[in-house]
Design a binder for this molecule. Structure first.
Ligand code: PMP
Length: 436
């Protein structure tokens, strides 16, 4: 696909250094399986499943055909007081793979919307229970919960506060779980469960009935893959139970097999009250997010309203869009038929062997891996993030696409990756990282 340099000006690109990009564009024009092709015709291996979305590999015809058929039949219907059968089918399929009784599924269009929805569900639940004073939230440093104001407030990233100010009040942040002592630990670090006791400190400080919910990514993905220490999530669950606080797992990255089970909640054996998800729900083919809640929340909220009244005063024009539902159904069918969650668990040891083999490289200062997700820190050179940006471009030039956050590369190949694909990713990493 051709483009003229002067045609790139009008798109203000998200999370992009626009000036740099427009002087040296990296345009993807085709995707299939484990690969992208750029506008120059170069083939690139995709080490980040797009943006952690395309778990079944790119360009799955099953999804394209399902979306096409759905759009030919019905372009759009609202889901306010009317509906379409596909959303109920997709909700049932999601409920089948969520842990315990997280069987009630609300649809939205992105991970960010899933987070806002979960915040409002937590508030609505406590109001319905007669505890409207529970309006505080707890999240964590180095968390990423999307870009809308609630999610920005929950996120533990300094850029959010520098750029957007104090945002939503009443949010307290647990300490993050990265420790220099645990560098190069494969899987869960041994020490650090006691960091969860920060939640108890917030209860002691703010009062036991003021906190609505505690949000964590089971593995913090976008901020560099921080794996929970052994016992940490269990301890959060205990404290939440003791004080009537809802526990929310943001599984926008972890969900759909990334950790070797459908959800990280199952990998770590800890059941939250709410799970947010997006990305691999439709294999990235169409925008969609969802929130799964347990029976207690669904029944408390839905039985709180007068007959005929809307129980949860929330929803999006595009909630459960039939085309996105068709994509979701086709995607979950692929995961099931091809056993991709199990495949991720089987492929993980080879993947982690290769990633941890980078440990000897001078510029590699930490590696954190679990399942099919791995964060690789490069030594900062100059201002933080500069080396990561340089590495992103160098890797791209050598035929590899990856997402860097700051100086941490986040490797998350599709769950269909073969050993040869993983070896190819490892080879290119090794080549480029060794040059620093
Ligand atoms: N939560 C988490 C844990 C995420 O990783 C992301 C995106 N990387 C989001 C929320 C936001 O999702 P989206 O970009 O689809 O709005």
């Amino acid at each position: 696909m051709q483009y003229a340099a002067n045609t790139l000006e009008n798109h203000w690109m998200p999370f992009t250094s626009n000036r740099d990009f427009k002087s040296e564009p990296r345009l993807m024009v085709k995707a299939k399986g484990m690969h992208y092709w750029n506008h120059k015709g170069d083939k690139l291996i995709d080490a980040s499943s797009g943006l952690f979305c395309c778990a079944a590999g790119h360009g799955r015809p099953e999804i394209t055909e399902a979306v096409h058929a759905s759009m030919q039949e019905i372009d759009y219907t609202p889901h306010f007081q009317v509906g379409h059968p596909s959303s109920f089918e997709l909700a049932r399929k999601v409920a089948k793979i969520t842990p315990a009784d997280l069987d009630y599924v609300f649809f939205c269009n992105s991970g960010s919307e899933a987070v806002e929805t979960a915040i409002k569900m937590a508030l609505a639940y406590h109001v319905a229970k007669g505890e409207a004073q529970r309006t505080r939230f707890v999240s964590r440093e180095r968390a990423y919960h999307g870009v809308n104001i609630g999610g920005v407030s929950l996120s533990g990233m300094v850029r959010n506060r520098e750029t957007f100010g104090a945002v939503m009040p009443g949010v307290a942040h647990l300490r993050h779980t990265w420790s220099p002592d645990a560098r190069f630990t494969r899987g869960q670090p041994e020490n650090g469960a006691d960091l969860a006791d920060d939640l108890q400190r917030f209860v002691d400080l703010y009062g036991s009935k003021s906190i609505a919910a505690c949000f964590v990514e089971p593995i913090a993905g976008s901020t560099g893959v921080l794996i929970p220490p052994k016992g940490y999530l269990e301890r959060l669950r205990e404290i939440c139970d003791r004080h009537g606080i809802l526990l929310v797992f943001d599984e926008v990255i972890c969900g759909f097999g990334r950790t070797g089970k459908a959800f990280a909640a199952q990998s770590f054996g800890v059941t939250p009250d709410i799970i947010t998800m997006a990305k691999a729900l439709t294999n990235g083919a169409l925008p969609m997010g969802a929130v799964a809640v347990n029976e207690k929340i669904y029944h408390t909220v839905t039985s709180s309203a007068l007959d005929g009244a809307v129980e949860f005063f929330h929803g999006y024009t595009y909630s459960a869009h039939p085309a996105a539902c068709a994509a979701g159904i086709a995607t979950l069918d692929i995961y099931e038929k091809e056993g991709l969650f199990e495949r991720a668990a089987e492929m993980s040891p080879h993947f982690l062997d290769r990633m941890y083999d980078l440990q000897g490289i001078k510029a590699v200062t930490d590696i954190r891996g679990y399942g099919m997700l791995c964060g690789i820190d490069l030594a900062t050179a100059g201002r933080p993030g500069l080396r990561g940006f340089d590495a992103t471009k160098k890797l791209f030039a050598r035929g590899l696409h990856i997402k860097f956050t700051g100086d941490a590369g986040i490797c998350a190949p599709a769950l269909v990756a073969t050993k040869a694909d993983i070896d190819e990713i490892w080879r290119i990493f090794k080549e480029v990282f060794s040059e620093y």
